[in-house]
Design a protein around this ligand. Sequence first.
Ligand SMILES: [Ca+2]
Ligand SMILES: [Ca+2]
Length: 153
Amino acid sequence: MNSWLLLICMGVLSQLSSGVAYNVTKTEGEVSQYEIVYHRKTYFGALKYCEELGGRLARIPDMERDKAVISWVYTTNDELGARYWIDANDIQEEGVYLRSDGAKQKFANWAKSEPNNKDNEDCIELSENADYAWNDRSCYFPNYFICEFLIYH
Ligand SMILES: [Ca+2]
Ligand SMILES: [Ca+2]
């Protein structure tokens, strides 16, 4: 990483570290730290942004994690109608949701009547309007998003 990029990342990290981090201990010594990014980006832009920070777009592997993240977003978000990208999409095959690393997204917490694939919606957002249950949305819509950083102790 050149110093120019490093400076940008440091600037971005200082924006991120505004009390919005949330830690979930997965196994002993392994922690997932979730951070909301209040910049609007497409799903692809969000993927790239999280990776450039050394993390990844947030993965929600199971109900336990989903509940933990939702309760945290509830206490953090104060914007009505806010939406946040998480990592999974059905771009390759309609109705089959894969994460960006190609692994199958087995767990889902769809909002009522979702996913509806309206006008070919292929990416997943947490929607404040639906108590942060999931909605499929056009991957090109500019949304806030949640990054996940793996921390090992
Ligand atoms: Ca779809
Ligand atoms: Ca939808």
